[in-house]
Design a protein around this ligand. Structure first.
Ligand SMILES: *Cc1c(COP(=O)(O)O)cnc(C)c1O
Length: 226
């Protein structure tokens, strides 16, 4: 199927409360343009400079979602235009986002990434680190970041029960954090979980944003990349 057909398929089949983030990392701008022409406006990228370069040449009504590990020295490249950063995993990076956001006169929407898979290759905070961050006095002073929810990446596994358990757990963490820290904050409402192979399970467990790449754009080829 073509990129346009894939986009149309997801747009018509996802439940109404679930947003589609088309994950276009490593793909050329022509591919993103095809998805755009099919009506897609939310795109996900995981490298700051790649996202900045694509932002410069593509239509300005695209909402750019940053989903990769973010180093503090790269924050400045994306803060001027990013719609949401899904992968915040420390107070340090949050402070840097806040600092750059002040310079741009923006408030940047962020999700906190939680380590639900406990695999070595995955980033994200433990629940202890999450609690520590949310209880930290300094957090309230960061007026130019807005925490909108949580994000998680499921394990690489064929075992549906394992993935389901991880997503179920993340939803429980979300609910308890919402109740404890954000009960009166309507904007704390996003739960970013689910990728091409496990998005259906994620939706079943309460996902509000699915991040889908290869099922839309085809498999990624990393062989020619530096
Ligand atoms: C690459 C990536 C995705 C999309 O993965 P697919 O399996 O291609 O759908 C989703 N989330 C994150 C954080 C990613 O890095």
């Amino acid at each position: 199927m073509s990129i346009a057909e894939n986009i149309k398929h997801y747009q018509s089949s996802l439940p109404s409360g679930v947003k589609l983030i088309a994950v276009s990392k490593t793909k050329p701008v022509e591919d993103l343009q095809q998805a755009y022409d099919a009506g897609q406006r939310l795109f996900g990228e995981n490298k700051a400079l790649e996202m900045r370069d694509k932002h410069e040449v593509l239509p300005k009504d695209i909402h750019w979602h940053f989903i990769g590990h973010l180093q503090t020295n790269k924050v400045k490249y994306i803060v001027p235009f990013v719609s949401m950063i899904h992968s915040v995993d420390s107070l340090k990076v949050l402070k840097e986002i806040n600092k750059e956001a002040i310079k741009c006169g923006r408030v940047v929407d962020c999700l906190l990434q939680i380590d639900i898979a406990h695999e070595e290759t995955k980033f994200g905070m433990s629940e202890e680190e999450l609690a520590e961050l949310l209880e930290c006095k300094e957090l309230a002073a960061l007026a130019n970041v807005r925490l909108c929810g949580l994000m998680g990446i499921g394990s690489i596994t064929d075992r549906e029960d394992k993935t389901r358990e991880e997503f179920h757990h993340l939803k429980e963490v979300f609910d308890s954090v919402k109740e404890r820290f954000f009960a009166d904050k309507d904007w704390f409402c996003e739960l970013s979980m689910g990728m091409s192979h496990d998005y259906a399970l994620a939706i079943e467990q309460g996902s509000t944003m699915v991040r889908i790449g290869s099922s839309i754009f085809g498999l990624r080829d990393y062989s020619s990349k530096n």
